[in-house]
Ligand binder design. Sequence first.
Ligand code: PLP
Ligand code: COI
Length: 343
Amino acid sequence: MAILMENFDWANLPFGYIKTDYNVRCVCKDGKWGKLEVSTSEYIDVHIAATGLHYGQEAFEGLKAYMGKDGKIRVFRWEENVKRMAASAEGIKMEAVPFELFRDAMFKVIDLNKKFVPPYGSGANLYIRPLLFGSGAEVGVKPATEYTFLIFVTPVGPYFKGGVKPVNMLICRDIDRAAPLGTGIYKVGGNYAASMRAIIAARNGGFSNTIFLDAKEKKYIDECGPANFFGIRDNTYVTPKSESILNSITNMSLIEIAKSLGMKTERRQVPVEELESFTETGACGTAAVISPIAKIFDPEKNKIYEYCKDGEPGPISMKLYKRLTAIQSGDEADPFSWVTVID
Ligand code: PLP
Ligand code: COI
């Protein structure tokens, strides 16, 4: 049954799952992709020995569609998500989704669910979740010969409650989400499974999320749960370079925006002690957008790093936030050609 939209409270949507009308799916058998199918079911029939279930052969993406003032839907830098999903597929030896299939599937599922794109100015967006997993049966540890690719969409509000309201983070030293030469650079489910204990511990302690440190030396900042980290000092945007973090498309974009605003940018190892010298810090990602950080607690050193002392986000974080979201929604020109407008 089609869903009625009258009861949607767009301005107060959580970052969660809401059923939409359609999803799209495609299966690859022995290296040959089949036809793209449209489905109204929220379920999939999966083989009990699928490698995606047993051995974590699974990767996903996350991107958003934005409603503009002009009533046109815009999708942000989706080509980067196609590339990253192909890299994730290669990283855990799955069949990569061809560019054209990803593109056609994504624009189709947006078109079919147009009425779920939250209105301009509501603060909510349509989250697009592509998923690829080994659906073929194996018992030995080896890549499947069958893969399923699907995309569902769901309207979402900001990931961190309160949108740009500053959040508190807990530094995590006793759990690693990914090893230096492991799968941290890929968007694969195993990394998220590995992060759950740390996230729950942070939430139980009253924090929004956790900051992982480099797994080898515990000296450098890796990332903030499901988002990258940045710090601001002296008109410089600093963000960690690490071989175990996800290369955030939002972060890549913020680096370009910062440069265009006349800031210096540094992508390098960021020692924990450097937290002392930043005037602003934040988490960034598709879901997080920019979530300014108010406080970071380091339990080992029993130390609190404080930003946003008046409870307000810092001026540079806000400037970056406004510029990024204005480009995404079409409020400002897109000098980087990042946005695809759906007519
Ligand atoms: N880091 C992790 C672990 C993530 O899950 C995400 C979300 O995709 C990000 C960073 C941010 O990446 P992006 O800006 O491409 O969404
Ligand atoms: C995103 O920012 O798109 C993500 O994928 C984060 C998600 C794991 C909640």
